[in-house]
Structure formats: C-alpha cells, structure tokens
Design a protein around this ligand. Structure first.
Ligand code: EPZ
Length: 420
C-alpha cells in the first residue's frame, strides 16, 4: 500500500495550478445521463473518484473516452439502470445517478450507500423528494429501487436540511420531469450553481440559481442536449494550498482560482494574520510568522466549509492561543484529531467541538489517514513536524486530490510516495 513520507521543516515557495473541482465534476458526470448525445467535459481533476463514476457510466452501457482531464461521454447506449454495490460502496457520490437514471428511464436500482468515516450520511431527503415527484421507492436487498413509469412530475420540495447531493439529484430529476419543480432550502454551493448552469444551457428554464429557492421547468421526458463544459476550479484544493502556505510561513501563488468561492477560507486566514495579493484568478499568500488563534464553525456555503475543517485544524495547532472549531455538518468528522495528537498536537474533543491548544512544535510519527480531508490535514502537519512523518492509507487522498505530492514537491516540500 502507498504511503507518503514527509521530512518536515522545509519552506515552500512558488506556484501551483489548481485543478478542476471533484465535487462539481461528479454531479456533472452524473447529469450526462440526462442526454443521449455526445458531450465533452474538460478540466476534470485526475483523481480516483472521477474514474470510479466514469466506470459506473460504462457499466450502465454508456460510452466514455477519458484522458486525465478530459472526458467525451455518450450515453445514448445506456441499456442497464442498475448501479451496483461494487461501485457505490467505493464512492457514495454514485448516488447522484439516482435522479438522472429515474428521470430518463422511468426506473432504476442504486445500491444504498452505507455510513462512512465522517458520519451516517443518510439519503432520506433525496428519496422523500423523489417520492414527492411521483416516484415509487422501496429498499430491498441493500438497493434503492425506484420507479416512475409515466415519468416524474414537478413538485414543491422543501428540504428539512440543506443537502448538496440531495439538491443536485432533484435538480437533475426535475429537468426531465413534467411541469415545474420548486426546491426550497436548496444548497447554494458553487458546484450546485455549475450544475444548474449546465442544465440551463441545454434549454431547461431554471430560476433562482445560486439562491436557496430554485424553480426548474422540466422537459417532460425529452433528453437534454448539453453544450461542452469546463469544470470550475476546486475551492477545497485551493484552500488546502493556502493552508500549506500559512502553516509553513511561506509565499505560494495559486493559479486558476475563483476568489469568490474561497472567500470564507481566505477571510479566516486573514483573521489569523495572513495577508494575500489577489489578481484576477491568481492568489498569493504571503509569509506570516505569528498565526493568531481563531474560532470557526462549519456551515453551508457561503459559510466556512466542512471540507476545510481538518486542514484549518492543522494550521491552528501552530497558532499562538487556543482555538475552537465547531463541526456542524457531520457528526463524526474529527477522526484526524487523534492522529494529529500523535504528532504532538494538544487537541481536546467533546462531541462536535474541538479545542486546539498551542504547542511549541509537532514531532514526526507514523499516522493514518481516515478520510479525504483528514489525509490532507495530516500532510499539512507533516510539512512542519520535526523529523520524518509517514502518512498511511493515502488511498483516501487519491480519491480527491490531483497529484498532491507532485504539486507540493514542486513548491519545495520534501515529500515522496513510497510503497510498503
Ligand atoms: C457533499 O456531500 C460533498 N460531496 C461533501 O464533500 C461535502 O462535505 C458535503 O457536501 C457538505 O458540503 C460531494 O459533493 C460529492 P450533504 P453530500 O447531503 O452531498 C445530511 C469531500 O471531502 N443529510 O450536503 O453527501 C448529511 O448526513 C466531501 O469532498 C441527511 O440527513 O452532503 C449531512 O449531515 C465529503 N439526509 C448534511 O445533511 C440526506 O438525505 C449535509 O450533507 C442527505 C444529507
């Protein structure tokens, strides 16, 4: 199994190009099911999750021509509507095929994703909303079986809780439904916005894009004809490199960034004393010797993202006072705490609140990644730990970071991928 070996203490400098957003690419790949024509996707991140979802499309009978950052997809040949356990168990975002498969084919079976390392992550809100649109749903043998033989019907959906994947599934389902669907309390993440814009560019009338109330006028079963699409920059990857600059007291310039999308992370780093130069789609973080302690609460966009919580925790270990982090989105997203404590951090945890107390230094150790963002938090800590840190189970990292070690190496980190 691969692991990363990092010799801490190196200053970083230079430039890094931010890849396309995994969490935008995934729903966009799923939405290609709504079409029976060829579509080209560019600026895909070269990560395992993208390959997994593309593999699922080919298992359904779609034609996929994929080369690192580009995919040409033609789903006119789909002849199977079952998303099997083998794929969904590898990546729970496969649930995003539920809405489009049901909308286009009137039936489908999708393996029920189980819980995962960051929490239970139920899909009850996806299912309730599809039922409100006329779908008949049952759970049998670990699969969600959904049917709407006469097509889905537009409905008024009020989400009890803001859900990114739930909003995306219903936007896709609604785009082929009969009549108008209104989604109230919808997610407003940039990834949801890009999905709406893609569907809108195929002629579907959508209002309220980027707000918490969306209306979608469906095509009554007519497949969509998409324009080619370039995936937006990954705001979480960008935030992670800003954290790399902050924790190592270095200057790093990020290219191909959408500043609007990373405002919450930038403003928290500013509160810690970091400064930035921003120029169009480039952002430079300047060296900051003394990081100040801060408090942060994870919440939905445009608030501070849960996907940046672990990386900020690593940076806050080096701050000059006690910081508090409250995790509001996922009940179990603190698995990195005990690993960071193994590196000498002093983090106290109770429920969904962590107190990060100041320490003089981190000391290297063998640590184990538990999920995607926890992995990058451990790498960040390894960049400043005294000695050689080995980060194990980096298959989590490979799911969502495009060549993290290559990009860090280019910035001057002493990092190497090894096999055990
Ligand atoms: C998306 O997951 C992202 N994944 C996650 O990124 C991200 O952490 C999360 O949104 C929150 O921003 C992708 O976009 C592929 P949710 P998703 O539905 O859609 C609860 C990463 O590291 N909920 O918005 O699965 C749920 O349990 C990751 O890249 C229900 O209760 O998240 C959670 O507490 C991991 N019932 C909250 O809502 C439902 O039916 C928000 O989850 C659905 C969700």
């Amino acid at each position: 199994m691969d692991y990363l070996q990092i010799n801490g203490g190196k200053k970083l400098s230079g430039d890094v190009i931010i890849s396309g957003a995994k969490n935008s690419a995934l729903p966009i790949i799923a939405s290609t099911i709504l079409s029976n024509k060829e579509i080209k996707l560019t600026n895909l991140p070269n990560v395992v999750d993208i390959r997994t979802l593309l593999k699922l499309l080919t298992m359904l009978g779609g034609e996929v021509n994929h080369d690192k950052t580009t995919a040409i997809i033609n789903n006119s040949s789909i002849n199977n509507t079952k998303a099997v356990y083998e794929i969904v168990s590898q990546m729970r975002a496969s649930i995003l095929v539920l809405g489009p498969l049901l909308a286009r084919f009137g039936e489908c079976e999708v393996s029920l994703p189980g819980g995962c390392a960051i929490g239970q992550r139920p899909i009850d809100l996806h299912l309730k909303a599809l039922e409100a649109m006329g779908a008949k749903i049952e759970i049998r043998g670990g699969y969600v079986r959904a049917e709407a033989p006469n097509g889905l019907i537009g409905a008024k959906i009020i989400f009890d809780k803001i859900t990114v994947g739930g909003t995306e599934n219903i936007i896709m389902a609604a785009s082929l439904a009969k009549g108008v669907t209104t989604i109230i309390n919808s997610a407003r993440e940039p990834e949801v916005v890009q999905l709406c814009e893609m569907i809108e560019s195929a002629g579907v009338k959508i209002t309220g894009i980027g707000t918490s109330v969306l209306t979608i006028e469906g095509t009554d079963g007519k497949p969509l004809d998409f324009k080619d699409i370039e995936i937006i920059p990954d705001r979480i990857e960008a935030g992670t490199y800003l954290c790399a600059g902050a924790i190592t007291n270095s200057s790093i310039t990020l290219h191909r960034v959408n500043y609007e999308h990373i405002r919450a992370s930038v403003s928290k780093l500013e509160e810690m004393g970091c400064s930035f130069n921003i120029d169009k789609d480039n952002i430079t973080i300047n060296p900051t010797e003394h990081l100040k302690a801060i408090n942060l609460i994870t919440t939905e966009y445009p608030g501070f993202p849960t996907d940046m919580q672990a990386q900020f925790m690593s940076v806050l270990i080096m701050a000059n006072g006690e910081s508090i982090i409250e995790e509001r989105l996922f009940e179990n997203r603190f698995m990195h705490v005990s690993e960071l404590n193994r590196l000498g951090a002093d983090i106290w945890l109770k429920g969904n609140i962590a107190a990060i107390r100041p320490i003089d230094k981190l000391y290297s150790a063998d640590v184990m990644a538990t999920d995607l963002r926890a992995s990058s938090a451990l790498v960040l800590a390894g960049l400043v730990a005294d000695g050689t840190t080995n980060v194990h189970r980096i298959y989590h990292l490979d799911r969502g970071y495009d060549d993290l070690e290559g990009k860090l190496l280019k910035l001057g980190a002493d990092i190497v991928r090894l096999k055990k």
